[in-house]
Ligand binder design. Sequence first.
Ligand code: NDP
Length: 466
Amino acid sequence: MAVQQRKALGQEAKVEKKIDAQVGKTWGRDRDVSFGTILISLGILVLSPLWVMYTYISCNGYSCAMSAPALEVYNASNHLEALSTLLVREMPKFSPYATRLFFSWLLFQAVLYTILPAQIGYGQRTPAGHLLPYKVNGLLAWIISHAVYAAGGLYFGWWNLSIIRDNWGGLLIAANLYGYFLTFFCFIKAYTFPSHPADRKFSGSFIYDLLMGIEFNPRFGKYFDFKLFHNGRPGIVAWTMINLSFAAAQYQEIGYVTNSMILLNLLHATYVLDFFYNEDWYLRTIDIAHDHFGFYLAWGDSVWLPWMYTLQSHYLLRNTVNLTPIQFAFTFAVGFTGYFIFRSVNHQKDIVRSTNGECMIWGKPAKVIRTSFVTSDGKTHKSLLLCSGYWGLSRHFNYVGDLLISLAMCMTCGVKHLLPYFYIIYMTILLLHRIQRDHTRCKGKYGKFWEEYEKIVPYKLIPYVY
Ligand code: NDP
């Protein structure tokens, strides 16, 4: 009996060892998820696409008045009949042309990503110990894409500049088709031909794994990285182009482009161009260094980002907002103060890491905590945590800058409706949740070094407040 038990235990240990080697038992994405987390995950999977559709209907049929579709159904004597009539009338329709447009755009971006000259950047070391190379050529892809869009619309007459806005519903359907396809493709790929098997994480819950992804860095070949590609292009390249298309539509409808639309375009373009100008920096942010590739990023980059991040331009097309000079100046000041903070904080982290702490922060030698951490291959690595400058004020002061820019983007729409403020509400929830996720990750990764950092810098976001 004792021998059998020992045998069984030995087999269990072998299995356990095999699983550990496979999944990389270190820090990183959650694996032990509660029933509550699974339920919330299911809610996100079901509600996010419905919410995107709802905002589409609100903007397309009700001038972006968020409560209007719900009130129409609520006030009807037969709610079910009113709902089905509304859905038939307002739901976006499948369009072969818009579908071709979407997939041509995707292909065009994939070709640019693959063939354009690129610098090679490196991400953070993964929990399994990989240090992956990335092709950094987003700025060039952005410039070429916008040049083609402008030349095709203004010079060659291939399309109308409002082409995106004109096909918005059909594009939404096509993007959803792709977002779902990509989610399930990556889910199956994670089991059948993973790019880095030891960097996969399994929670045992189909729903959670589908939402948060199993593979950390799914790739085709050495460089075609799903995360960098889908977040940057088509998602973020499209962001500014969608805005321009809505601005063009506004010009066609009212004969001029409002100062609110111009300011919105300016703020969004600053954010987007900053992203591409600093694309190498992005490789070491949480999106790339922590998130696995599931519905959250696959569908999120294909549908959520281009649709929900551009809501203000949809609003401004339906609601003409002419800002007074004071409103314009104030919104501009909030936005660019936010941008200045956002960029300066992120720059301090980048500079301290790239100089191994041998740099000046706010005119004084940087104060750092020298850390070590272990990857699942058993190797120990070194890193450092900056605890002076902005990073001495709070542990996520960069989020303060981001929130200010986001607020300014919403303020361009005036204060009549709630819908354009969805972005700042969403960003606040996203970043507060991110603080929590990052805390868990960094504590798991750095252990006592992180606790030391928390003692030196006790505030998470706003000094003396939170
Ligand atoms: P950070 O750029 O703050 O990255 C967090 C990581 O930085 C940690 O996991 C840790 O990783 C490292 N780190 C933490 N503290 C320190 C320190 N004191 N010194 C040095 N390194 C440290 O966060 P995000 O990736 O979330 O955000 C990057 C930017 O993108 C932010 O400005 C944010 O506002 C913006 N953003 C925009 C979003 C949008 O949709 N518009 C969404 C989310 C973010 P490690 O040690 O492993 O390197």
